[in-house]
Ligand binder design. Sequence first.
Ligand SMILES: Cc1ncc(COP(=O)(O)O)c(C=O)c1O
Length: 500
Amino acid sequence: MDERQRQTPYLDALCAYASRNPARLHVPGHKGGQGADPGLLEAIGERALSMDIPALTYGIDVGSDPTPFEQAQRLAADAWGARRAWFLINGASQGNLAAGLALAQRGGDVVVQRNAHSSTIDSLVLSGLRPTFAAPEVDPELGIAHCLTAETLQEALERTPAAVGAWVISPTYFGAVADIRALAVVAHARGVPLIVDEAWGAHMAFHEALPEHALAAGADLVISSTHKIVGSLTQSAMLHLGHGAGEMIGEDTVDRAVTLTESTSPNALLAASLDAARRQAVVHGSELLGHTMTVLAETRAQIRAIDGLDVLDDRLVGRAGVFAYDPLRLAVDVRGVAASGYELAPLLREIGDINLELYGQNVLVAVFGMGERGLGEASRLVEALRTAVERVGLEPEGTLASFAAPPPWGELAMTPREAYLGAQEVVPAEQAAGRIAAESLATYPPGIPNVLPGERLSAETIAYVQRTLELGGSVRGASDRQLHTVRVVLEDGEEPGSGR
Ligand SMILES: Cc1ncc(COP(=O)(O)O)c(C=O)c1O
């Protein structure tokens, strides 16, 4: 390990500023706490407020080069093996926005994994890129989406000769990891960069028993939600440019896109937390992750011992779209009990104040942090699950919830940007077939958008979304979550309310 990784230049500079009682003739107006509401002061403390300072503060991010801010970003780049790293103060969402804007400077088409995060779809709206969607593999038993295979990417790129990039997600919410090496080979063979939304995998660089992380496997631009598992403050994240990106994505291009998507007042506490989380990950990550993995392996065994429950683990590896498995998520398969994940999640809250990251029809997902030492919450989860299963009972033999595959998504009649910005109206769902959607509809399970802005709606898709809602599923992206109405585009010559 490079000894410099033990340092936290940005955090130290911030602490030094806060400690020396400077004349704060700058924003924010709370002036290090003295002007803050007493309730806020008591809640978060004077120390935190004294470190809440603006950008362009001498000795922190301006002054002699490299500034502490630049040093901190360089250390982060080295830690993850990037050519350059950017601290993001608007989450991995900002990373996706910036990635799309960077790609759009190379052309207008892009291949995107269909179950991309909503911020990727927002990025298509902002950038105007025309997507070719590539379908992830759907687990026929669990009804959840896994990763994209190299074959699917290859086929999508062949259909998109003008593509300027390939944009995939790995790991998934549920822990499936893609074969990034194979995806990178396919993308590079066509001369396009591989963008990996690794929001859920920032920790994977710090333990050899974990799946290889995307930069190490040849990705060119990696979006990393450092706050999720590595443990920086919520809303802080990083964007990493790979050493091999070469001319495919220029450093300056990414830099401009990050600036465009960022506040001119980035929160210093968020940046400091990234600096500190990087140190913790490099210096202690291996030991901490090793411990967390041991405790989670025991926890998985305890959960599997409860009648009716199973867990997702590396037994998934080898299924379509699962190249490796990231054990830092604890995904519980609840198909064997007489209640869906939607019913169990509130029950667990009631029983043990258990607050999950995610739940769907068949699977509950608990997230564990890289640096947790006690992991007392693991046994709390096991206890609450045991009580919940006793209360709801088991699913009778042979009636495991079956998963109906969604109908194919509709033709892309205009780009997401054109649909989002174009004239629109809201129509009853039964009149929406044949119209172009101005919003997304993504049913859970399995979380693959059924409709995205710019796509033509079919009666089949609307019926499928409504049926999922009736079965207790949910729909994201829709302005009307019950789907009585849908927001659609007014095409040339269409009058609002014409109903077509
Ligand atoms: C795959 C993926 N990408 C991006 C994001 C956005 O991350 P953030 O909340 O840090 O903006 C998420 C958030 O859950 C995600 O799951």
